[in-house]
Design a protein around this ligand. Structure first.
Ligand SMILES: [Zn+2]
Length: 210
């Protein structure tokens, strides 16, 4: 089964590796941090492809991609000793929404600084940016979006449950910040998720100077 999945998702795998390299070049994945995944194509959409933990993202290759089921079980027998990030639970929580097909997570200076500066706030409002239009469904810069900030945690199971609850109550959410940690966003494809994270990172970088 996994051979078939790898074969069917070869374009996405290539695309994801390019995305990881490009994010590393932008300084969004220092010191082996960050994690990335996509939902595998039909008829294997009850499995995901996800980055292996602890890999220098400038050296990330196809062999660093794992395949998991939606309960986090690793399906590649030859990779039995390798793990995805502890944050896999967040990815799996996000895939409970049928519109989510890819999840990307960055540790940039901008997202870290902005989330720490807004220490008293549960989120930040992004408004007036032309770049808002790069988010799916937004047609004008004369709008605003709320980017929630959740307190960072080492208990990923509990954190994921909170995220799932929040998103079920706020379905129009494009991403979220983990305070002092990073940004998560998603999309109906890898390309859309990439566009979303580049858009949010752009606006967060602007926020540092405002
Ligand atoms: Zn992280």
């Amino acid at each position: 089964m996994t051979t078939k999945i790898i074969e069917l998702s070869s374009n996405e795998r290539k695309n994801l590796i390019e995305i990881i390299h490009s994010f590393h070049q932008k300084g969004w994945s220092p010191a082996t941090s960050t994690n990335y995944s996509f939902l595998n194509p039909q008829p294997y959409s009850d499995t995901i492809t996800i980055s292996m933990s602890g890999i220098d993202k400038s050296k990330f290759e196809d062999k660093h991609l794992l395949i998991l089921d939606l309960k986090s079980k690793q399906l590649l027998p030859e990779y039995a000793n390798f793990r995805s990030s502890a944050e896999t639970a967040i990815h799996l929580a996000l895939y409970k929404n049928p519109n989510v097909k890819a999840v990307l997570h960055t540790h940039s200076i901008a997202n870290t600084v902005v989330s720490l500066k807004a220490i008293q706030q549960k989120g930040i409002e992004l408004k007036g940016f032309e770049m808002l239009k790069a988010l799916e469904g937004i047609k004008t810069h004369e709008t605003n979006i709320w980017l929630p900030i959740f307190e960072n945690s080492q208990d990923m199971d509990e954190f994921s449950k909170n995220i799932e609850l929040y998103l079920s109550q706020h379905p129009q959410t494009y991403g979220f910040l983990m305070r002092g940690h990073g940004l998560y966003t998603w999309g109906q494809s890898l390309d859309q998720a990439k566009r979303h994270i580049e858009t949010l990172e752009f606006m967060l970088e602007c926020m540092m100077y405002l």
